[in-house]
Design a protein around this ligand. Structure first.
Ligand code: PLP
Length: 234
């Protein structure tokens, strides 16, 4: 994809997000964009950085660190959206403002420990496998409450909500029921009013289905290809 298109693509995604919010009676400011930059080189990320209005999402610590070193954490803000290995957690505090993908208590404890060591509190989302797809990351919906009970006392993290990735489908409509299920689960967990756990955020929706996700309550959408084109995933 020519670099000159990135700014146009980003503006157009932002416009479509606002329209989807309005269509469903929501304020556009309630829905924020994670521009997913995994496999995207820094010069291309910088094109999007000129437009602004988004944070940047990476899914591998080892790929993200040199990019964050180059672009910084002031003008560019970073979220971690991928499977997080426990031995990489030490790099997380101070680099990433939100971890979308915590799905087990051991990982939560590791983030808690390193955050306290770093003198910070790391906001996280719990990734839920709402579709029950085999081999997929995410806690089962039936195990979510138990996981929250185990992490509620960890003061180095702050649970802010839930994230999901539905089974891939080029048609956005089949994802709708999974997005709605995540929202209902979020509402139920929120009603438990657990200490140190707020349930305001819903991270759901990617290039092919972010508008449907917004209609179903997304507060963060994670969009890569529709902005940067298709880069080889390694
Ligand atoms: C790659 C990725 C995205 C973005 O996917 P696109 O289809 O390119 O928009 C969103 N979320 C996660 C967790 C990803 O790994």
């Amino acid at each position: 994809m020519p670099m000159s298109l990135i700014a146009d693509n980003l503006s157009s995604v932002q416009e479509r997000m606002a329209q989807a919010a309005q269509k469903s009676g929501r304020h556009p400011e309630e829905v924020r964009l994670v521009a997913v930059t995994k496999t995207v080189p820094v010069e291309h990320i910088a094109e999007a950085g000129k437009i602004g209005g988004c944070v940047f999402g990476e899914n591998r610590v080892q790929d993200a660190r040199p990019k964050i070193e180059t672009l910084g954490t002031e003008h560019y803000r970073w979220h971690f959206i991928g499977h997080l290995q426990r031995n990489k957690v030490k790099y997380i505090p101070g680099l990433f403002e939100l971890i979308h993908s915590v799905d087990n208590p051991e990982l939560a404890e590791e983030i808690h420990r390193h955050s306290l060591k770093h003198g910070t509190v790391t906001p996280v989302l719990i990734q839920v496998n709402v579709s029950g797809e085999a081999g997929k990351s995410g806690v089962a919906p039936s195990d979510l409450e138990a996981l929250l009970e185990r992490v509620t006392h960890l003061n180095g993290i702050a649970v802010r909500g839930l994230m999901t990735i539905p089974p891939f489908d080029p048609d956005p409509e089949p994802s709708r029921k999974h997005f709605a299920a995540l929202r209902k689960l979020r509402d139920r967990m929120r009603s438990l009013e657990m200490e140190n756990i707020s349930m305001d955020e819903l991270s759901m929706g990617m290039s092919n289905d972010f508008e449907v996700a917004i209609e179903e309550g997304a507060t963060w959408v994670r969009v890569g290809t529709a902005i940067f084109g298709a880069w080889d995933t390694g």
